[in-house]
Write a protein that binds this ligand. Structure first.
Ligand code: UD1
Ligand code: UDP
Length: 365
């Protein structure tokens, strides 16, 4: 029996790795071991609870206002003994977080094969997103198996000289998750509160946007809400205190902007499905919204998800106040523009990515 270890640590990794944990656990040919770094705490636990996943190991590394140094050092230090004891046949990591990069590095030091789920996404700008672009390129330098979500991500890997026979286009496991969460009759307090208004769903957290860029984004949104009486904004705030400080500075005193705690994934996906439009700097939301046919204004200068831009659902608007304000205004006032961005398309697979990955591992290990 082959031992497959899955190591992840933040909310988006958990959303995309839990479907794979559940798939691998049902297969008798694998011994499946789950380890979380706890790079996130509450936001990770919310997702583990939702999917009923109980990790064997929890490195509990999160600290308030942690730096990249804190995260890197703690994971590297605590993972060593676990890997020495478990001796997995393969370790699966996800995406581009520090957890993914440092885990891959630890595996490299110990010569343990790494499988990279969501491999091959690129902006080719190491500072945008920061440090994620570095992280994912570094993981792909180390990985043995590449689970690319799309043909485009496969092409990126091929251009970099990764061997074709180790690249597998599987779709993105986020679609596996989405298929189980969205329900037409779903109700929760924010959906009720926004009834009868146009709901803008907002998220923002990127490290390179902290400070002035985030102030620009939030000021644009505040102007829109002040000027448009039938618009309401729901903002499940990231737990990073640096994000929350700017949010309160810009949004306090406007009761049509509701700042709430992070939502569990069921609530969040169903809120997305009811939103009029989405404003975000998130990566995962750029994959989910096209499938739901929700226009997304991406408040970043680059994206590693060009599939959604080509499909017409995503538009990059940067982080400056005026262009964001104008882009939102256009979608609120120009029905043709809005309809053009609202067509449901899903470039990210058929919702069976976890099964494909498990099949490939059964064959390749
Ligand atoms: C991390 C990832 C980023 C990913 C994001 C998803 C890195 C370098 N960054 O960024 O790629 O898009 O997660 O959300 O890997 N906090 C809590 N509780 C939580 C989570 C965070 O209190 O459950 C607070 C803590 O003060 C923590 C801070 O947020 O120090 C920042 O967390 P961190 O994981 O370092 O960075 P993120 O911006 O969340
Ligand atoms: N999400 C969630 N609750 C929230 C906000 C987001 O469950 O309150 C989900 C969202 O559906 C997506 C993921 O979290 O799957 C995105 O996480 P985040 O934006 O933190 O990270 P990124 O994708 O940018 O790495």
């Amino acid at each position: 029996m082959k031992k497959v270890m899955l190591i992840f640590g933040t909310r988006p990794e958990a959303i995309k790795m839990c479907p794979l944990v559940l798939e691998l656990e049902q297969r008798p040919e694998f011994e499946t071991v789950t380890c979380v770094t706890g790079q996130h705490r509450q936001m990770l636990d919310q997702i583990l609870e939702c999917f009923h996943v109980e990790p064997k190991y929890d490195l509990c590394i999160m600290r308030e206002k942690q730096t990249l140094f804190d995260v890197t050092i703690s994971i590297l230090d605590r993972l060593r003994e676990i890997l020495e004891n478990e001796k997995p046949d393969v370790v699966l990591v996800h995406g581009d977080t520090s957890t993914a990069f440092v885990t891959a590095l630890a595996c490299f030091y110990m010569q343990i094969p790494v499988g990279h789920v969501e491999a091959g996404l690129r902006t080719y700008n190491l500072y945008s997103p920061f440090p994620e672009e570095f992280n994912r390129q570094a993981v792909d330098l180390i990985a043995k198996f590449y689970f690319a979500p799309t043909q485009l991500s496969r092409q990126n890997l091929l251009k970099e000289g990764k061997p074709d026979e180790r690249i597998f286009v599987t779709g993105n496991t986020v679609i596996d998750a989405l298929d189980t969460t969205v329900r037409t009759d779903y109700m929760q307090p924010e959906i009720e509160w926004a009834h009868g208004s146009r709901l803008i769903l907002l998220t923002a957290h990127r490290r390179e946007n902290l400070g002035e860029p985030m102030r620009g984004m939030f000021t644009a949104i505040r102007r829109i809400v002040d000027e448009t009486p039938d618009v309401k904004v729901v903002y499940p705030m990231h737990l990073n205190p640096a994000v929350r400080a700017v949010a309160h500075e810009c949004f306090d005193g406007q009761d049509r902007i509701r700042m709430i705690e992070p939502l569990d994934v069921l609530d969040f996906h169903n809120l997305m499905a009811r939103a009029y439009l989405i404003l975000t700097d998130s990566g995962g939301i750029q994959e989910e919204a096209p499938a739901l046919g929700k226009p997304v204004l991406v408040m970043r200068d680059t994206t590693e998800r060009p599939e959604g831009v080509s499909a017409g659902t995503l538009r990059l608007v940067g982080t400056d106040e005026q262009p964001i304000y104008e882009a939102v205004q256009e979608l609120l006032t120009d029905e043709v523009s809005y309809m053009e961005m609202s067509r449901a398309v899903n470039p990210y697979g058929d919702g069976h990515a976890s099964q494909y990955i498990a099949d490939i591992l059964a064959r390749e290990l």
